[in-house]
Structures are given as C-alpha cells and as structure tokens.
Design a protein around this ligand. Structure first.
Ligand SMILES: [Zn+2]
Length: 86
C-alpha cells in the first residue's frame, strides 16, 4: 500500500464524517422547525377545541381528546404556559 493511497483513504474517511455532520446539522434545524410549528398548532388546538376526553381500555391509558387527539395533561400544560406567556 502506497503512502499516496493511505493519504487518499484518510481524506475520504474524513469527508464521510464531514458529510454526516452536515446532514445531522440540517436534521437538527429541521427538527427544531417542526417542533416549533407543532407547538403552535397544539397550543391553538388546546385553546379552541371543545375537548371531549376519553381513554383507551389498557391499563394506565391517558385521557385524550377525541376531537383534537391531545392528551388532557398536554392540554392543561399548554393552557398554563399560554397564560404565563401572555
Ligand atoms: Zn380537543
């Protein structure tokens, strides 16, 4: 194996790590964006839906709204944080 080949392989290996990190950064930005949008939608739903809570029949199933599908705990948390932020 030539020194030249080693140098090239090391560079190629580093390039893979670099590309992976770039994609990871893009994915993290996208995740932040989606989470922000989801929170906006959920906050609005918590506020305007006429919630009707139900639960599935398995043990410790959470109460959730049959209209907006948010869990009751989530609705209360969203409404509380809305009051704090306004
Ligand atoms: Zn609801």
């Amino acid at each position: 194996m030539s020194n030249q080949e080693v140098t090239e392989l090391v560079a190629a290996r580093k390039e893979l790590d670099k590309r992976f990190k770039e994609k990871e950064r893009e994915l993290n930005e996208f995740r932040r964006h989606i989470n922000t949008k989801a929170l906006e939608i959920e906050s609005r739903l918590a506020e305007i839906c006429e919630h009707s809570y139900t639960r599935d029949s398995y043990a410790y199933a959470p109460l959730y709204c049959s209209h907006c599908l948010l869990e009751k705990e989530q609705v209360l948390r969203l409404l509380r944080s809305r009051q704090i932020n306004s």
